[in-house]
Design a protein around this ligand. Structure first.
Ligand code: AMP
Length: 399
């Protein structure tokens, strides 16, 4: 799959709209805890600056759901961009309102304007035609460098592309790199190929799990999503996170794995706690012995040993989603041990998803992974073989 190339665009003295993914994690003090997504956009921004463009950057942050919510302002992102680029970053007070329009129209070559959070506009997530049109009207060219949102048909990702012809839109360097990497991974993974899938919910990853089954040799489940599977297997999971409406689907995943000969691993023990809090009383229990009203918040030491043992011969590892509530030190150990093991292995190691990328960066093993994707959901959908709605309009059409 070949994408419209940024280097083919005539950019000199044009206004360029770059859709970035600045949806970065924040700590409890409102500081950006991992700026990988911001740093990943710098190549594209620098390239445009070198072509004497004026630049309009746009991103979402969090889920303000169509309303202006102060804590989701892109102001901290503007400050970090300023710090990295050592240039003034003009922040608009809105997305397509008077302030943004005024500031856009007075941009000169070399200026960088950052629009406010795209999701302050309700039309962003509904792929609203009017909003797409207004966004498009700001610029001469459109570049998508937001791999992390390409699986969403949103106005700034999908709708907006209709207003640019093939000679005035392209994929940025980051998007190109991600698509190329996953293209190779799908077409020719070195086997055995394992997926480690964690995080909070089965619902977000169910389809991905089903679609990954024919491609991988082993699947390791961790995090809150493990409990829906364990419950379906007849275990008492106490007050652990569970999605009761997905029990049948969980069974379907396990049946499919069996049919396809995929080795499907679930935690054999967990760290159970009396409540969802750092200071909770906690203990290690086997998955069969989670006390009533206790909740499993991390995988236990036996699971870590089991997963390591089974990962030993693996040549390609895809990891998406933490093994426990890694934000609390007490329940971070399972994720930490798996992270160190994966980082030390000689396999091709691919980390996808904001939380998992944040985790490996926090413990300092990010440099040892083969590839850290800026998109969790997007990378899973790519591996499923889907054409992402943000990528489809940027594919070079064969003539
Ligand atoms: P996701 O966004 O689905 O990848 O989920 C990431 C979140 O899952 C993190 O914020 C974790 O704290 C959370 N998580 C992981 N394990 C558990 C668990 N056992 N119970 C509740 N939440 C969990």
């Amino acid at each position: 799959m070949e994408l419209l190339n940024i280097k083919s665009l005539e950019l000199a003295n044009k206004k360029v709209f770059i859709r970035c993914d600045f949806n970065v994690p924040m700590d409890e003090f409102g500081n950006i805890s991992d700026d990988r997504r911001i740093r990943s956009a710098i190549s594209t921004i620098n390239y445009c600056l070198d072509q004497d463009c004026s630049i309009i950057l746009a991103s979402h942050l969090g889920r303000p759901k169509g309303e202006v919510v102060e804590k989701y302002s892109l102001a901290p992102v503007a400050r970090r961009l300023h710090h990295i680029l050592k240039r003034e970053i003009i922040l608009a007070n809105d997305v397509v309102g008077n302030d943004a329009i005024n500031k856009t129209s007075s941009l000169k070559a070399g200026d960088i304007l950052l629009l406010e959070n795209l999701r302050y506009e309700a039309g962003e997530t509904t792929n609203d035609e009017e909003l797409s049109k207004k966004l498009a009207s700001m610029a001469d060219c459109y570049i998508n460098d937001a791999f992390g949102v390409c699986h969403r048909a949103h106005a700034s990702v999908a709708g907006v592309t209709k207003f640019f012809d093939d000679s005035s839109k392209a994929a940025g360097f980051l998007l190109q790199k991600e698509i190329q990497f996953f293209g190779k991974l799908i077409s020719n993974p070195v086997r055995p190929f394992a997926a480690i899938i964690g995080g909070s919910k089965v619902s977000g990853k169910l389809e991905a799990l089903i679609n990954l089954l024919p491609k991988v040799d082993k699947i390791f489940i961790g995090g809150g999503m493990a409990f829906t599977f364990l419950k379906q297997m007849g275990y008492n999971i106490g007050a652990s996170l569970v999605e009761n409406d997905l029990l049948e689907d969980a069974q379907h995943v396990m049946d499919e794995a069996k049919k396809l000969g995929v080795k499907f691993y679930l935690p054999v023990d967990v760290i159970a706690a009396e409540k969802f809090a750092e200071d909770a009383v906690s203990k290690i229990v086997t998955s069969q012995e989670i006390p009533d009203n206790w909740m499993g918040l991390d995988i236990g030491p036996a699971t870590v040993r089991l997963y390591r043992e089974a990962l030993n011969d693996v040549q390609t590892v895809l990891w998406n989603g933490p093994m426990g509530v890694y934000e609390m030190d007490k329940f971070a150990r399972g994720s930490l041990k798996i992270a160190h093991f994966v980082a030390d292995s000689y396999a091709t190691t691919v980390v996808g998803g904001g939380d998992t990328a944040d985790l490996v960066q926090r413990i300092g093993v990010d440099d040892e992974m083969s590839f850290i994707s800026t998109g969790g959901g997007a990378s899973l959908e790519l591996l499923e073989g889907k054409i992402l709605p943000g990528v489809a309009p940027l594919i070079v059409q064969e003539v």
